[in-house]
Design a protein around this ligand. Structure first.
Ligand code: HEM
Ligand code: HEM
Length: 256
């Protein structure tokens, strides 16, 4: 593997080895918190589930937000750095590159301050949550990011960004979930959606790993006709090269 391929592994490896185990723990505690509430809500109801499950859910939930936003930013940084303006940087593109670096730093700073905003600071929680989310969206618009717009229903990018935004929202409304029943219900419904999206990330991420070739194979794989699912043999190479070029086939680095 070349350096660029090893770099491409960082995001999926962290998602599998760090983020998904945390999701498992957070969901387990969420389920217990809910069951405990239902059991104790019954008249004279008692529950064998200890009361700490709620606190454990939130403690790990806070880690989950950071880790999901973290892997999202790593994926975006990889794509923008290796496939966007930073590749073949020219003086005209430098301001855009600086802008991107500043947005990255601002996004990280916003997330940091969102963690720091204490319960009464409703306004600041809102402001930093919106800024963190906006940072991710602006970075997602950059050149090099593969959004799969032609098949957005199964896009790893759109699922991932939506899930990250839902995690940011959860972190921002923690005090409201305790105080207000409507927020609590909203939290459950939205994060059940997030759970489905996370499952989708496992699926679409694994698919994308299958589709993206190693860097030294790219030149050859790009000669394939993805529509008709054929690759050139040595004899047919020239004619396929010609037909791909004449169709204006979108040769995106590693994508099709
Ligand atoms: C996949 C992700 C998540 C799911 C499925 C989920 C689901 C739930 C459920 C079912 C409850 C119990 C509600 C009840 O007792 O009626 C809950 C409570 C709560 N969640 Fe989450 N949640 C997730 C992530 C998060 C995150 C990331 C945070 C914050 C950083 C968070 C903060 C809270 C808080 C503060 C409570 C109230 C705890 C309590 O009543 O003691 N959750 N969540
Ligand atoms: C919490 C879970 C995950 C989130 C939030 C997430 C998010 C993202 C985002 C936002 C991108 C940016 C797209 C781009 O820059 O081109 C991306 C790319 C990528 N992710 Fe994930 N991801 C997650 C899990 C996974 C998993 C489990 C795998 C593989 C096993 C994976 C494999 C990839 C690959 C190969 C790319 C680059 C290619 C592409 O854009 O399709 N991801 N991810």
């Amino acid at each position: 593997m070349n350096f660029i391929d090893v770099m491409a592994l960082i995001h999926p490896a962290l998602a599998v080895a760090v983020v998904f185990p945390i999701i498992g723990m957070v969901v387990n505690f969420a389920w217990q918190t809910r069951q405990r509430r239902l059991q104790t809500a019954e008249a004279g109801g008692k529950s064998k589930i200890p009361p700490v499950v709620g606190q454990e859910h939130v403690k790990l939930g806070r880690w989950l937000t950071g880790s999901v936003v973290g892997v999202t930013l790593i994926a975006l940084a990889y794509s923008i750095y290796f496939k966007g303006v930073f590749k073949d940087l020219t003086p005209e593109k430098t301001p855009q590159a600086i802008f991107i670096i500043l947005i990255f730093l601002a996004t990280l700073a916003s997330l940091f301050f969102l963690y720091r905003a204490k319960p009464p600071q409703k306004l600041w929680r809102g402001v930093f949550a919106v800024l963190t989310g906006m940072g991710i969206i602006i970075l997602g618009f950059q050149e090099g990011v593969f959004r799969r717009g032609y098949e957005w229903q199964v896009s790893h990018y759109y699922y991932g960004v939506t899930a990250a935004l839902l995690m940011i929202l959860s972190l921002a409304i923690v005090p409201d979930i305790y105080k207000n029943k409507n927020w609590r219900i909203a939290h459950i419904v939205l994060n059940c959606v997030a759970l489905v999206l996370f499952f989708g990330q496992g699926l679409t991420g694994a698919r994308d790993l299958l589709e993206i070739p190693l860097s030294w194979q790219l030149e050859y794989v790009n000669k394939c006709d993805w529509k008709n699912k054929v690759c050139p043999t040595s004899q047919s190479q020239q004619s396929i090269n010609y037909s791909v070029a004449s169709q204006g086939f979108p040769l995106d680095l590693g994508h099709h």
